[in-house]
Design a protein around this ligand. Structure first.
Ligand SMILES: [Zn+2]
Length: 316
């Protein structure tokens, strides 16, 4: 009896070791503790993935809370952690360090928002000659999404990731496939409801030009019929140039802009100085690149953004 138990144990250990060794080559082998370990690129993807996973997976963000995701850097230990993950949900092309890590040590499963949503190539990288084109480009330019990673500010685009994330989780953890699918449907419906609130709330406004800190709001602006003008471009930069400030002044005067929007991860100094100089206000418009308040999730922040926009734009 004792012998056979020991024998069984020995066999089990050997089988487990074999499974571990084969881990890299067998993408369908279950994770060691049975709970999928899921990494996401930044907060909005963490929110979405967490909603789909519920309690069934461990979901974290590679970009630490409060950090600027545009210039994410990864320590070697984090690169190893990415390689050991069951799933990563990220935005291909947005964060070069993360692109490299995923290429070097791919997790077992990958959901790339750039592919799912067919976002433009060269995402996160502005044209080399962007500065030269500033003068005529940004004033009333429509948003063509070139190089813009901030799709999550259109809730309908974030919603479109729910099903692919559910599918990836279901492959890792087939026993819970039904729950993942149901969770995905629920969060997609909630995001659709949020979209309706934004559309209704921004339908009838006195103004439609939004002056922002960095041009994170192109997808939102296009969805709800607004025009964004940024102190800096798609990447948050340092101080805006004197030429850029002159352009902003002209936009403010021409469109009776009441508010220059600031955000939490970028210094509000330039916006505050300019607003004070022009005798207009500043207010917070959150690009939801990180979770500032642990009690306010993506939906709460987007609803705060809606109120801030309605006030600044004089919406009925
Ligand atoms: Zn950004």
């Amino acid at each position: 009896m004792r012998m056979s138990l020991m024998l069984n144990k020995r066999v089990t250990v050997t089988a487990a070791t074999a499974l571990l060794l084969a881990g890299c080559a067998t993408p369908t082998s279950p994770p060691t503790d049975g709970t999928p370990q899921v990494l996401t690129a930044l907060y909005p993807l963490e929110f979405l993935t967490q909603q789909v996973a519920g309690e069934l997976a461990s979901v974290t963000s590679v970009t630490p809370q409060g950090a600027e995701p545009h210039d994410l850097e990864l320590a070697p230990a984090q690169v190893r952690e990415i390689g050991a993950a069951d799933l990563i949900v990220y935005i291909g092309g947005f964060q070069p360090a993360l692109d490299d890590a995923v290429a070097q040590r791919p997790p077992r499963a990958v959901v790339d928002a750039t592919e799912v949503l067919a976002l433009s190539e060269g995402i996160g990288h502005e044209d080399e000659d962007d500065d030269a084109g500033h003068e005529d480009d940004h004033d009333h330019a429509h948003h063509d999404h070139d190089g813009d990673p901030h799709f999550w500010l259109d809730p309908t685009l974030l919603a479109r990731l729910a099903a692919p994330v559910a599918d990836a989780l279901a492959e890792l953890d087939p026993d819970n496939a039904t729950t993942y699918a149901a969770n995905a449907e629920r969060v997609a419906a909630e995001l659709s409801e949020l979209d309706s609130e934004l559309a209704t709330g921004l339908a009838t406004c006195e103004r439609d030009v939004v002056v922002v800190s960095h041009e994170a709001f192109g997808f939102l602006a296009e969805r709800y019929g607004l025009t964004q003008v940024g102190l800096s471009g798609i990447d948050p930069e340092g101080e805006p140039s004197p030429a850029r400030l002159r352009e902003i002044r002209a936009v403010v005067a021409e469109h009776d802009v009441t508010t220059i929007f600031t955000e939490t991860l970028v210094s509000p100094k330039a916006a505050e100085v300019l607003a004070a100089d022009l005798g207009i206000s500043t207010a917070l418009l959150d690009p939801v690149e990180t979770q500032v308040d642990p009690d306010a999730d993506y939906r709460d922040v987007m609803r705060s953004n809606l109120e801030a926009l309605r006030l600044a734009l004089g919406c009925a």
